[in-house]
Design a protein around this ligand. Structure first.
Ligand SMILES: C[S@@+](CC[C@H](N)C(=O)[O-])C[C@H]1O[C@@H](n2cnc3c(N)ncnc32)[C@H](O)[C@@H]1O
Length: 204
């Protein structure tokens, strides 16, 4: 299955799902708890969507760029940036799987619930490592391996979550070190609890 999800079509109602907003807040809090965020840092949020993780992190950072391949998602984020007057948040339309690159170098790259939509992850992680300063951090949050019950619509879902070992191995293959993977929250859905992993690592 190679069909991609139409995130432009999903953008307008993205923030109307309370489960999604709660999860993003919990992921942002876990990133804050696990990494020494600094106002000196420039960050990039890969697959930022409407900015549910980008915006809460922005207050602890010098700047953050929300990167997404969906114009619709970025329009929603730009609306929020304007409404909130966030001077340190920018957006960039970019598909990291097509060799497109944002400008700049970063002290932190975050990504929430995006990896399972990427068929070949290691090449993308290699690209992300190339965007980091030496010793800078990456923080990737996604579902722990599940039976395929999480999504109602499986269009564009290429992985039913990941084991901690899989995430760790992919980060190693992409040249990251100081890798740590932990369950940071659980999503209650369809009478099940789906654990969410946060993997952190440093570029060398
Ligand atoms: C499930 S959404 C997560 C959005 C947001 N991080 C959140 O937690 O609400 C995944 C996002 O990744 C973006 N995405 C998927 N593949 C991408 C790619 N190759 N390059 C950039 N963005 C991508 C999608 O457009 C979508 O906005």
């Amino acid at each position: 299955m190679t069909e991609r999800r139409d995130f432009d079509a999903a953008a307008a109602a993205w923030d109307e799902e309370p489960r999604r907003v709660k999860l993003a807040g919990e992921i942002a809090a876990a990133i804050r708890d696990n990494l020494p965020l600094s106002r000196e840092w420039d960050a990039l949020d890969f697959g930022c969507g409407t900015g549910l993780v980008t915006l809460p992190l922005s207050q602890y950072l010098g700047s953050i760029v929300g990167l997404d391949s969906s114009q619709g998602m970025l329009e929603r984020l730009r609306g929020k940036i304007e409404a909130l007057g966030c001077l340190n948040v920018r957006t960039t339309l970019c598909n990291l799987e097509n060799g497109e690159l944002p400008s700049g170098r970063f002290h932190l790259i975050t990504s929430a619930m995006t990896l399972h939509h990427i068929p070949e992850i290691v090449p993308v992680l290699l690209t992300l490592r190339g965007l980091l300063h030496p010793g800078a951090w990456i923080a990737l949050a996604d579902l722990e391996s599940e039976e395929g019950n999480f999504h109602d619509d499986t269009t564009g879902v290429f992985h039913n979550g990941f084991s901690a070992e899989e995430l760790s191995n992919m980060l190693k293959k992409a040249g990251f070190s100081s890798i740590s993977v932990n369950v940071v929250t659980k999503i209650a859905r369809k009478d099940q609890l789906f654990p969410v992993l946060l993997a952190t690592a440093q570029s060398s």
